[in-house]
Every structure is written in structure tokens, then in C-alpha cells.
Ligand binder design. Sequence first.
Ligand code: MLT
Ligand code: MN
Ligand code: ZN
Length: 299
Amino acid sequence: MQVVILGSAAGGGLPQWNCRCPICSLARQNTGQVKPRTQSSIAVSPDGDRWLLVNASPDIRQQISDNAVLHPREGLRHSPIHAVLLTNGDVDHVAGLLTLREGQPFTLYGTAGILDSVNANRVFDVMATDVVTREAIRLGAPFEPVLGLVVTLFSVPGKVPLWLEDETMEIGAETETTVGAMIEAGGKRLAYIPGCARVTDDLKARIAGVDALLFDGTVLFDDDMIRAGVGTKTGWRMGHVPMTGPGGSIEALADTAIGRRVFVHINNTNPVLVEDSVERDRVVSQNWTVAHDGMALAL
Ligand code: MLT
Ligand code: MN
Ligand code: ZN
């Protein structure tokens, strides 16, 4: 199985268009101290030829452009992207669907809970409805979006997308609106969980033994955004478990058998983004990798 992390940042990317926090500022300076990053998406293939895109970020045009394996390579119109899967309905995971127009056939997969929010919004009909099939997938039911790649979706603690929040919203609920994907090919298993509010025993049991885990790295501490002075929201409020602190993912997953541990969906306020920082070193010393754009895994 081949995996490419197309975009390793959370919503907003790095630098975020309107942000002058120290990390975004360093990313703009281009000194290598903070690598710029695009928004959350990965591509997975059983053979390097046919690809499943998991989440369609607003930066998808740049991501396809930057990764030759995703370039068209036959006839006048072609794409190696055979299918797209959504793990939630957040803007950073669905806005890229608007770029996938131009009459290119593919299948769009997600739970009914996630596809409902896409289906309810007519702007997404720019994905030509006669060639783009939308297929709702049940939790726990394996499917094969690309021949040779078997995917199973499972719910993780989360919340509805920010743009669908209302007074009934429940944080940490395990529903169809935030899912993880277990992706299997050639006897190898990858767990992709870019958004998760809490590490539960159920989650640990599910991912035990995977060859690689790509996990929610939005915040280092629950109050990263507050510390950075850019907002009042905690990680919990946004539906993201912190890397460290009580209940943090590093500690909660420390005893689970996992081949490679990689943080993705990293918010621009997260200090681990700074190369050679104490925060980065600390995470690395606990066997985690901080993803960067273009990072590839061969499983
Ligand atoms: C998130 O991951 O919390 C969302 O992407 C937030 C957003 O929509 O900006
Ligand atoms: Mn997000
Ligand atoms: Zn910033």
C-alpha cells in the first residue's frame, strides 16, 4: 500500500491567510524553520496507479499539482483518482470537491450522515451528477473504493462540522458525522483518523496492531489557541483531543501496538510545527512523527 500525505495542516493551512501568529509568520519567512503546509488530505493506493483520495481539501488543486502520481496520464482527460472518501463534513475536508468538476467520473464515499450535508448543498452539484456517483457506506461494513483497497469506517468521538453547529450540538458524541477509516491492502493496515475528540478504549482496541496510524494532531495542549492569543476555543470545543496533557493522545495510545505513529491535521498554532523546537523533540522522542506535505509511507 502506498500512502501520500497531501496536506498535513488543519483547517486554514499554514500559514493561514489572515494569521500573524509566530508560527504562521515563520512559515511565511521560508527559512525552513516552519514548513508551509496545505489542508488535511491523504491519497492511498494499492499499486501506485489507482488512488483513493481521503478528504478533499480546499488546496486540492495545488496538492494534485505537487504530486506527480495524481497527474492525468492518458488521453486528453484522465485522473488516477478513482474515488474520494470523506471522514467528516468540515470545510477543510469537503471544499475541494468543488475543484473536482469538469465531468471527471469517480465515486464519492462517506457515511449517510456525512454525505447528507454534501447532498443538501446544491453547490456540490458541480461534480457532474451523471458521472460522479455518491455512495453511502454503513459503519463497520467493509467496501472496496479502489480494487485491492478495502476500507472500513468506524465512528470516533467528534461533533458536527463547524458550519452546521447549532444549540443541539453535542461534543464528543460518537455518530456518523466523524469517522475514522481502516484501510487495508496486501495484508497491511492503515488507520486514518484526522479528527477525534477523545481516545476511547474502543478506539484503542480497533487500531491495535495497525502498521501505521495517521492521527489528529490539531493541538499540542487543549488550550493552544488561547495560549497563542488567536482565539478562545479549546481543542475539546473543536472536537480535537490534544497530543499532551490529561487524556492526551500520546499518553492514551502509548501502550497500543502501532507500527508508525504520525500526527496529521496540525493546526497552525501547534508549536510542534517548529523544526528542532523542544515541543517537536518531545513528540518525536515519544515515537511520533509530525507529518509534512508530500510525506510518503510504503506499507
Ligand atoms: C476542524 O477540524 O475543527 C474544522 O476543520 C474547523 C473548521 O471548519 O475550520
Ligand atoms: Mn479540520
Ligand atoms: Zn497562525
